[in-house]
Design a protein around this ligand. Structure first.
Ligand code: NCD
Length: 312
């Protein structure tokens, strides 16, 4: 396996290879060991400056990237759209050019517009890492999800993975589908018909509207939030009804004849897609996902920086 990624940017899982994913996982294994040591820092990105540019709200992903950068000893510039000149009408490219004039080597960006990261990567010399572009992709989330499955079940290949919830508005769903299929898992999406786009079948996944049947089928259920902030029309009558038909409860898990793994990218809407006793049960690996997020992001940043040096 090559020790080099096939790309200068991480825009989407669609653009990278299974070997890239495996290389990121092997690198993340090493970093996971590092972040569990008493001294959690390595000097790998000592001469690199990373700008974290967040045009959309984020807690986990922003903190996770920042921790990953600090653990790698990078210099960091943080930029949140609400407190920047974007609210004064500056364009994305002007904003970024200004940041680059400050000699930034890498940009980690979250933006509400699908395609914003690829637009940027074609116009600036820095490496671009997509931290979520609208409803398009969220590659590091999919990588940390698949890494967490590999850690829990030894492998991703051959596993039945269900993605349950608001598939239509979810960048996590799309990135997960690409990642899981590249690693040889079987994937099923499940939710109300109004929240599953037709083109998903063409991606090579099963579609189901029956959550109980899906739980019986799967080894892992990755449960997604209803993205109310992206819904301009009503896709289902009420959150209460959604919970009644698609929410996962402890009783549903107890009725299964084997244990399945419950995942969630956060933030959880307790009592909607998951009941609290499921989120906090031993089935859930939600906090392991968060821990693995730091190691995965360290691996991605490290490999992108190493690639620049290899190609120099
Ligand atoms: C997800 C996101 O922002 O796409 N969260 C995350 O990155 N941890 C999912 C969500 O917002 O529901």
């Amino acid at each position: 396996m090559s020790k080099k990624l096939s790309t200068r940017h991480l825009i989407g899982i669609k653009d990278i290879t299974a070997d890239d994913i495996r290389l990121i996982f092997e690198t993340a294994d090493n970093f996971k060991e590092v972040i569990n040591r008493p001294i959690k820092k390595v000097p790998s990105l000592r001469d690199i400056t990373v700008a974290n540019i967040f045009f959309e709200s984020s807690t986990r992903t922003r903190i996770s990237f920042e921790l990953a950068e600090r653990r790698l000893s990078a210099d960091i510039v943080n930029f949140a759209a609400s407190s920047s000149s974007v609210s004064k009408g500056e364009t994305l490219l002007d904003t970024v050019n200004n940041i680059l004039a400050m000699k930034v080597d890498m940009v980690v960006m979250r933006h509400p517009a699908p395609g914003a990261c690829v637009y940027l990567s074609q116009r600036i010399p820095a490496n671009v890492v997509n931290a979520g572009d609208g409803t398009h992709e969220h590659p590091t989330q999919a990588l940390l999800d698949a890494f967490s499955i590999r850690e829990k079940l030894a492998d991703v290949a051959g596993k039945n993975v269900a993605i349950i919830g608001d598939i239509l508005h979810s960048r996590v769903a799309l990135s997960n589908v690409f990642c899981l299929l590249k690693l040889g898992a079987k994937v099923r999406v499940c939710g109300p018909p109004t929240l599953i786009p037709h083109h998903y079948r063409e991606l090579g996944v099963e579609v189901s509207y029956d959550v109980r049947d899906t739980l019986r089928w799967c080894d892992v259920a990755n449960v997604l939030r209803i993205q109310l902030e992206r819904q301009d029309i009503k896709y289902f009558p009420s959150l209460r009804e959604y919970h009644q038909y698609f929410g996962i409860t402890r009783q549903m898990l107890d009725e299964l004849d084997r244990e399945i793994v419950i995942m969630h990218p956060g933030p959880i809407n307790r009592g909607v897609e998951l009941s609290s006793d499921v989120a906090d049960s031993p089935h859930s690996i939600i906090l392991q996902q968060v821990e693995n997020g730091v190691a995965i992001r360290m691996a991605v940043l490290y490999l992108l920086a190493a690639q620049e040096q290899l190609s120099a």
